[in-house]
Design a protein around this ligand. Structure first.
Ligand SMILES: *[C@@H]1O[C@H](CO)[C@@H](O)[C@H](O)[C@H]1NC(C)=O
Ligand SMILES: *[C@@H]1O[C@H](CO)[C@@H](O)[C@H](O)[C@H]1NC(C)=O
Length: 402
């Protein structure tokens, strides 16, 4: 019953965005023309130097990192930037807006050696020394906890070794911030390897978030196999029915957005959407994730007080796994690297209350910055028309301090 009410809520949420006069058949054709392209193609077409690096984690996942060693002028400031994408995203998301507008290119032109991570399970890191991602459960048994305690340290150590610096300038979006808090709280030695961290749309506590699709997942009170049937048993592959939900409301431009799992979950603001970029954006997202990444967030959303804690197996297995009936909190006071949080009012996932709570708990929070444009949404931090005006200058200024 609760689920049906939620489906209605979704329909209303999507009906808020006005439809535009758009020939969406030709739009679909344009999206298709981008679909075979990779991040490397993207960077080459934009005229920047690019390298592709592979690094294998201790548990066998082969991660593909991308590097823009310098910008167009070739100038270097001797600093290394590390950019980490969020859930259902990839390294492409820091580049899609193009030169002069995307954070990856802006930092390269500022003189940074820019490295872009890709977490296990996304389209560039859907690979393993032994496990096959197409053969079911084992490959996909991870969430942002493992991405935080294994993938991030592996990638950061690799970057430090390749570049010879002793710490990176880290900017993360969404789950690229969650996993950062996981890493630095549970493996505090890694705080030393971070000059400064900037969180874009920070996610730790989540019980105030307003994304209707994530609410459905977190409030689901029916049988688990039905839910997994709708959103994907192991790899997150939501059915069209689940995403579109209401084909009467999702028409034209909105229809394409409704079918995109990333936008369906994170929301969008038509005013910030650059239609020139739209086909590219739809081709590069969503980039893949495990179902457990979403379910772990759903567990957080479902808690009334709001916890930022490890996977909840249920009381009996928790007792065996953690020695207590509920999962341990991530000890955020151990995050001693300097952290700046940049958030916005209209973010479906990073609610202001939750961001402020995170700010209070972090061991070394240095700044809490609100984006001036109150219509700014979760994904506008990456693709918004005004991200290069409202957000990235803040990142550059903060990096400059350290
Ligand atoms: C949309 O993106 C393109 C490519 O980066 C850019 O040239 C154009 O100015 C953008 N449009 C707006 C309204 O910002
Ligand atoms: C997976 O990694 C192996 C070993 O590095 C490589 O040979 C193979 O091409 C990769 N497969 C994919 C789909 O990337």
């Amino acid at each position: 019953m609760r689920s049906i009410i939620l489906i209605l809520v979704i329909s209303v949420a999507f009906s808020r965005s006005e439809d535009q006069e758009i020939d969406y058949e030709s739009l679909r054709a344009e999206i298709k023309s981008w679909e075979h392209k990779t991040v490397v193609d993207l960077i080459v077409e934009d005229g920047y130097p690019v390298e592709s690096h592979y690094v294998t984690t201790e548990d066998g996942y082969i991660l593909n990192m991308h590097r823009i060693p310098h910008g167009l002028s070739g100038k270097s400031n001797g600093k290394v930037a590390f950019l980490q994408h969020g859930v259902l995203e990839s390294s492409a998301d820091f580049l899609i807006s193009g030169p002069g507008r995307a954070l990856g290119y802006i930092l390269a032109d500022e003189g940074y050696d820019v490295w872009l991570g890709n977490f296990r399970g996304n389209r560039y890191s859907r690979n393993h020394t032994k496990l096959n991602p197409n053969w079911g459960a084992k490959f996909w048994k991870f969430d942002w906890h493992e991405q935080g305690i294994i993938d991030l340290p592996t990638m950061i150590d690799y970057v430090l070794k390749q570049t010879g610096v002793d710490a990176v300038y880290y900017a993360g979006h969404s789950q690229g911030t969650t996993s950062f808090y996981v890493m630095t709280s549970l493996r505090p030695a890694y705080n030393e390897k971070i000059k400064v961290h900037v969180s874009l749309a920070p996610i730790a506590f989540m019980n105030h978030m307003t994304s209707p699709l994530l609410r459905i997942i977190s409030w689901w009170d029916g049988p688990l196999d039905i839910l997994l049937g709708l959103i994907g048993m192991h790899e997150f592959m939501p059915s069209k029915i689940f995403l579109t939900l209401d084909s009467f409301i999702c028409q034209g431009f909105t229809k394409i957005l409704c079918e995109n799992a990333l936008f369906a979950i994170a929301g969008f603001s038509p005013a910030e959407m650059n239609m020139t970029l739209f086909p590219k954006l739809m081709a590069f997202t969503p980039a893949g994730a495990s179902t457990r990444q979403l379910l772990h967030y759903a567990q957080e959303i479902a808690t009334v007080i709001g916890h930022f804690r490890q996977w909840d197996y249920g009381p009996i297995i928790n007792l065996a796994e953690y020695g207590r009936t509920y999962p341990p909190e991530y000890p955020l006071q151990k995050v001693t690297a300097p952290v700046y949080l940049i958030y916005s009012k209209n973010d479906w996932l990073a609610a202001e209350t939750d961001v402020k709570k995170l700010h209070k708990h972090l061991g070394n929070a240095q700044g809490l910055l609100l984006v001036e444009d109150h219509g700014f949404n979760h994904l506008d931090f990456l693709y918004g028309i005004n991200a290069y005006k409202y957000v990235y200058p803040k990142v550059v200024d903060i990096f400059d301090i350290y």
